[in-house]
Design a protein around this ligand. Structure first.
Ligand code: PEP
Ligand code: MN
Length: 331
């Protein structure tokens, strides 16, 4: 349930409502809006008796939230959320482009790719230092050494950094180096990681699991926001279907579907969806056309020798071409 305060309600009246909700054994989370504040009630086991709240000073009305997710729902927050990070505004209309290798392999590799993607217009550099690999024998990433390389990339190029935390332990160090902390598809339902991300001081890029419904993705986002971090960017990266022409099936319908029910921004990763670089430009154009707030694209200067995901990594010239082609689609 949402307790909508009057336009002229005071901070004391908002706090009094929160105390009343706590007295009823639930949590009240204030959600300031442009015109008025609403207080979202969390933790109710059944229907809430709003009679005590409706008579309080400053309360305008109560609204029942029908979705199981509350804080990330559009019912609670009708305006789209814009994530401000290092001068960028994600979710405000102009797509944000994040590009770089799957994994950080060396300083030379990272800097070479970073300069190339920056030249083509990328605003954020991606690259994993902690890699969640399907096989325990595959390259697992450089760990903190990789994070230090990312720090150097930021200093040399001015690009912002998005990099993955794979558990609730390494998120501590990732948080120190990243501008945006990525939570990967395999970890979308790692609840201890999600809860810890809810206490992070940085925005979270939450990727949809290849086996998750939209509702499950939004419930995972709710784990983060319910702990206090409302800076969440969602990412569609392909789901597993019977189709075997691509590594995963890019679900572009997720973009309008999510925008209908949630205020969070959503970007698209065409690389992990396609699994083959040949399809990445077309899928990127599709993503922008359906209203994605950005792209997360794998680019490598030497894909045949990449330590991970070389098949789906664009050559730098292809990334330059991608940037040129999507330009025409951006209003
Ligand atoms: C990645 O972005 O490199 C990655 C591992 O992606 P996903 O979690 O979507 O598989
Ligand atoms: Mn990858």
């Amino acid at each position: 349930m949402l307790v909508v305060m009057k336009n002229d309600a005071t901070e004391e009246q908002v706090q009094a409502v929160i105390r009343e909700i706590e007295g009823m054994g639930m949590r009240g989370v204030p959600m300031p809006g442009s015109l008025r504040t609403a207080v979202c009630i969390l933790g109710n086991k059944g229907p809430v008796d709003d009679s005590r709240l409706l008579v309080m000073e400053g309360v305008k009305e109560t609204i029942r939230v029908t979705k199981p997710y509350k804080l990330v729902s559009r019912e609670t927050h009708p305006q789209p959320t814009v994530i401000a990070v290092g001068g960028l505004r994600i979710g405000e209309g102009k797509p944000v482009i994040m590009a770089g290798p799957c994994a950080i392999e060396s300083e030379e590799q990272a800097l070479t790719i970073a300069h190339l993607v920056k030249k083509s217009g990328a605003q954020v550099f991606r690259g994993g230092a902690f890699k969640p690999r399907t096989s325990p024998y595959s390259f697992q990433g450089l760990g903190e050494e990789g994070l230090k390389i990312l720090d150097k990339v930021r200093q040399e190029t001015g690009l912002l950094i998005v990099t993955e935390a794979t558990d609730h332990i390494n998120i501590e160090v990732v948080e120190q180096y990243a501008d945006i902390i990525q939570i990967g598809a395999r970890n979308m339902q790692n609840y201890s990681l999600l809860r810890r991300a809810g206490h992070a001081s940085k925005p979270i890029l939450l990727k949809r699991s290849f086996a998750a419904t939209i509702e499950e993705l939004l419930m995972s986002a709710e784990y983060i926001t319910s702990e206090g971090n409302n800076q969440v960017i969602l990412c569609e990266r392909g789901i597993r279907t019977f189709a075997d022409n691509t590594r995963n099936t890019l679900d572009l319908s997720a973009i309008p579907s999510i925008k209908e029910v949630s205020h969070l921004p959503i970007i698209v990763d065409p690389s992990h969806a396609a699994g083959r670089r040949e399809y990445v430009i077309s899928l990127s154009k599709g993503a922008i056309a359906v209203g994605a707030d950005g792209l997360l694209v794998e680019v490598h200067h030497d894909p045949p020798h990449a330590l991970s995901d070389g098949m789906q990594s664009l050559y730098p010239e292809q990334f330059a071409e991608l940037m040129k082609e999507i330009k025409g689609l951006i209003p």
